[in-house]
Write a protein that binds this ligand. Structure first.
Ligand SMILES: *Cc1c(COP(=O)(O)O)cnc(C)c1O
Length: 403
């Protein structure tokens, strides 16, 4: 049975490409692997050919078939097909980190003399990519408040080539109206990229809203087990061909076959994990919002959030991150609250099984409260897969002043 025959058979069984089909069956090619349910790890750098003619054909098809693992590797290809289908994109490339994916996506679309309009407060290394690295190559950037789509239109210059978005961001969670901004971009011949790490393709599909490319830190929800660092870039076939032959192969920040396999395994439970955090996080947020020691909670799915209506319109379900400003006089009170939590681990990142906290106070020398652009009493939370009751009890305990 050929690949095509087998895919036709699956299409007959599964009349449309639903989530379960994508996650469990799409691009598994089990008939090629002795029926192995879990795909093999193609731990190889290169692929052999029988004749020069075959090798010539291999080179011609380097973008689509295994020739050298920096290009196409079968384990990675299975993962790519699933991620593209989840995003509703024609193609997907997987990288060794989210930052590598973002850098390849942005760099592929600009040249010296171009201008980028970026949403304010994106991921910290996205800021550095634009304002430090690309600035050295004469690419300039403006950062705008993305809560009003018109701010993007107002920031357009004759040389504006790209809008860089992140909705919501992962500290204070401001959203951008993706449909409105995509329409402004299209009217001006400007390309759009969205960092979709927060929502995942299950909760937000920017390409269907008119956005050109999406990027992810797959380190977060997509892998979901705090055991690899990886990134994803989804785009059209046309952009794929351009980027594959350019930044993808040149910069070469690829994922290893072994890490791709781990991510395939992580992906099997993505819907379950997203469902869990969607169930537990709003309950925990509601409890914190009522607590007298809490000044403010920043959570897109809280009815008190400024952009609650847009959050509900644009994203299918709540996710597990929020921030909380603690009512405190001194930074030591914030530190004390964090230190007393038992089920929340003090660590960066998010999107895995374990609940996490990242207090702004960790960024600040406690003698200098004004050392960060973020409020010193702000704590970023990620709700993991634990029981809501266990986490709520832990939070209440740490919020209660010690005698
Ligand atoms: C973590 C993160 C990144 C960077 O991804 P890495 O996998 O750590 O390189 C990019 N964007 C967002 C929103 C992130 O949270």
């Amino acid at each position: 049975m050929t690949f095509a025959d087998k895919d036709r058979r699956f299409v007959m069984i599964f009349t449309n490409m639903n989530l379960d089909y994508i996650i469990n069956h799409l691009a598994e090619d089990r008939h090629c692997y002795e029926g192995a349910v879990s795909p093999p790890i193609f731990q190889t750098s290169n692929f052999a050919f029988q004749t020069v003619e075959d090798m010539r054909e291999g080179l011609r098809r380097e973008m689509d078939a295994p020739f050298y693992t920096r290009g196409v590797n079968p384990t990675v290809r299975t993962l790519r097909a699933k991620l593209a289908a989840l995003e509703g994109a024609e193609e997907c490339m997987v990288f060794s980190s989210g930052s590598a994916a973002i850098a390849a996506a942005v760099m592929s679309q600009v040249k010296a003399g171009d201008h980028i309009v970026c949403v304010q407060k994106p991921y910290s290394w996205t800021t550095k990519l634009l304002s430090r690295l690309l600035a050295r190559f004469d690419v300039s950037s403006s950062f705008v408040d993305g809560r009003d789509a018109e701010n993007f239109r107002k920031a357009i210059q004759p040389n504006t080539r790209l809008f860089m978005l992140e909705s919501p961001n992962s500290t204070t969670f401001e959203l951008q109206d993706l449909e409105a901004i995509a329409a402004i971009a299209k009217a001006h011949g400007i390309l759009t990229i969205v960092d979709n790490s927060y929502a995942t393709p299950l909760n937000q599909q920017p390409i269907k809203m008119g956005i050109d490319m999406t990027v992810h830190s797959a380190t977060k929800y997509l892998n979901g087990h705090s055991d690899i660092v990886a990134g994803v870039l989804c785009c059209s076939r046309e952009k794929y061909e351009e980027i594959f032959a350019g930044e993808f192969m040149t910069l070469g920040g690829i994922i290893s076959p072994n890490d791709a396999w781990l991510m395939l395994r992580g992906l099997r439970t993505l819907p379950l994990r997203m469902q869990r955090v969607a169930d537990t996080t709003p309950r925990i947020v509601a409890m914190l919002e009522k607590h007298p020691r809490v000044e403010k909670v920043y959570y897109p799915f809280s009815p008190d959030f400024d952009q609650y209506e847009l959050a509900k319109k644009q994203m299918k379900a709540p996710a597990g991150q929020f921030s909380m400003a603690l009512k405190a006089e001194r930074i030591e009170e914030v530190d004390d609250f964090c230190n007393r939590l038992k089920y929340f681990t003090l660590a960066c990142s998010w999107g895995s099984f374990e609940s996490l906290i990242f207090p702004t106070s960790a960024l600040i020398d406690s003698a200098n409260y004004s050392g960060s652009p973020l409020p010193w009493n702000l704590i970023r939370f990620y709700i993991g897969l634990e029981e809501a009751e266990v986490l709520m009890e832990d939070l209440l305990g740490a919020l209660t002043p010690q005698p």
